[in-house]
Design a protein around this ligand. Structure first.
Ligand code: GDP
Ligand code: MG
Length: 243
């Protein structure tokens, strides 16, 4: 029996005080059929992020020479998973807000074959410490995605997501600044199946969120519009042939 590979990848920008703990908490032996590797995409960090990641046992580290943005880093993470022959990819933020212990739960629908793309869903699970304005921003952008894809979504901005190999190969992220909305619109429009798994989330206690309201809105809204305007090729699923 061929062992399968799960790659847990982490976009990181100046997370020296958090990334080591996230890596240490990744379950390395969650299933006898799976090996687990950790990949870090360091987006031009100026602090000790790379050293902390190495120290904590990261298996692969890609460093951008300068800061390119979270969308670019996630795009590189997905490409790296394919290059390293992952069967499943799992992205998790490196700021210690999402629970690595729940990685097996979040990829379970993909292992089972009932989904191709999963979210660790904070709004289906438990949230500690989220400020009201962030909560409202999350509701707004999630509702917008729900309307655009005509499917009820709970947590469109989650920083913990699972991907089947095919979803990783075909995903397109059309801007460098962020990925959260455009990636979901792209995958669902191609016909990939999304499932949300409840997780518990704790707002960061160290370091800072990179999100600045004006910059976020003025980058994300045009990107959503651009993604929705692009034609996408529907994937062909063998078990559900199209009529
Ligand atoms: N690649 C990349 N990652 C970033 C950047 N800024 C933040 N991140 C990472 O993206 C993740 C989410 O960022 P964070 O600032 O916590 O956003 P929030 O959770 O939405 O407040 C963390 O893992 C950060 O290290 C950036 O400029 N580039
Ligand atoms: Mg965060």
């Amino acid at each position: 029996m061929r062992t399968k590979k799960l790659i847990v990848f982490m976009p990181a920008h100046n997370e020296e005080s958090n990334i080591g703990e996230v890596i240490a908490r990744v379950p390395r032996h969650f299933h006898p059929e799976y090996t687990v590797e950790v990949a870090v995409i360091d987006d031009g960090s100026k602090d000790g992020t790379v050293a902390a990641a190495k120290q904590a046992g990261a298996d692969h580290i890609v460093s951008f020479p300068s800061n390119r943005g979270l969308g670019a880093a996630v795009r590189e993470g997905l490409a790296q998973c394919c290059r390293l022959n992952a069967d499943i990819g799992l992205m998790i933020d490196s700021d210690n807000e999402y629970p690595p212990e729940q990685i097996p739960d979040v990829i379970e629908p993909i292992r089972r074959g009932t989904a191709d793309y999963t979210f660790g869903s904070r709004f289906k699970g438990q949230i500690r410490g989220m400020k009201l304005h962030r909560r409202l921003g999350n509701y707004f952008f999630t509702l917008l995605q729900s309307v655009l894809v005509r499917k009820w979504i709970y947590d469109g901005q989650s920083g913990m997501r699972g991907f089947s190999r095919e979803a990783m190969e075909r995903a397109e992220i059309i801007h460098d600044y962020n990925y959260a909305q455009v990636l979901t619109l792209n995958l669902i429009r191609q016909g990939f199946r999304l499932e949300e798994v409840p997780i518990s989330y704790q707002v960061r206690t160290k370091g800072q969120s990179f999100i600045k309201f004006k910059e976020y809105v003025s980058s994300v809204i045009p990107a959503i519009y651009k993604e929705m305007k692009r034609p996408v090729a529907k994937r062909y699923r063998q078990n559900f042939p199209r009529k």
